[in-house]
Design a protein around this ligand. Structure first.
Ligand SMILES: Nc1nc2c(ncn2[C@@H]2O[C@H](COP(=O)(O)OP(=O)(O)OP(=O)(O)O)[C@@H](O)[C@H]2O)c(=O)[nH]1
Ligand SMILES: [Mg+2]
Length: 218
């Protein structure tokens, strides 16, 4: 635990408290969207969770909001098939995205939701930052690089989040952190800090809440 916190930039106790309070507030489902025309109107700042299928996007939304079943999760890749919008305390919108890469679904469906995700990522003006989730056991893959390039090209700010930190021993986690940090430094649109999390064990979750609160409307 000490290990992960040491990697994170310090947040003041009042920033951590702001995060705790924000995520203790009400979180409501707004919409499940499968076309750009159906996106909810722009009312609040927005952050989204992107990444390969099965990386743990929906689980992280649940861990952050402290609600086990808010976002649907599954052991089978391809669980989230639409853009799922949540309203957090009328101050911030959270978006749980479908995964890219392998999914157990028809190819045409995967293509449709991957296209929609890419359009959303590069064209949503209220999007403050994309949190790009990387499975600690897999590290940065080709599909992740493609998304990093897309965000770089469209000048959308993104931050890398390692997930499932509980699955690795400290030395192996350290290695994947270093490799991921090297990928971050190659992209100008990347936020410099690497977030290391486990939705299962709770590592890094309070820290991420504090960071996310920086985007919320007052
Ligand atoms: N050990 C461990 N397992 C996790 C963690 N986060 C998620 N998982 C598991 O990983 C699997 C996928 O989690 P999801 O949250 O559904 O992943 P997703 O990225 O939303 O997947 P798609 O919607 O299919 O793209 C589930 O079996 C989760 O229980 C974690 O921090 N630690
Ligand atoms: Mg999901």
């Amino acid at each position: 635990m000490v290990h992960y916190e040491a990697r994170s930039a310090e947040l003041t106790s009042s920033q951590l408290e702001a995060g705790r309070l924000l995520f203790a507030g009400q979180c409501d489902f707004i919409a499940a969207v499968n076309s750009m025309h159906a996106l909810p109107p722009i009312t609040l700042p927005e952050v989204c969770f992107a990444g390969r299928s099965n990386v743990g996007k929906s689980s992280l939304v649940n861990a952050l909001t402290g609600r086990k079943t808010l976002a649907r999760t599954s052991q089978t890749p391809g669980r989230t098939r639409q853009l799922i919008f949540f309203d957090l305390a009328h101050r911030l919108q959270l978006v749980d995205l479908p995964g890219y890469g392998y999914a157990s679904a028809p190819k045409s469906d995967i293509k449709a939701w991957t296209n929609l995700t890419r359009k959303y990522l590069s064209g949503r003006i209220s999007l403050q930052r994309v949190f790009l989730l990387i499975d600690s056991r897999r590290g940065v893959g080709k599909a992740d690089w493609e998304i990093m390039e897309l965000l770089n090209d469209t000048a959308v700010s993104w931050a890398a989040v390692l997930t499932k930190a509980d699955k690795l021993k400290p030395a192996a986690l350290e290695t994947v952190c270093k490799v991921t940090e090297a990928a971050i430094t190659k992209h100008v649109a990347a936020f410099p800090e690497l977030f290391v999390t486990s939705s299962k064990r709770g590592d890094g979750v309070a820290h991420l809440r504090g960071h996310l609160a920086l985007f919320a409307e007052n």
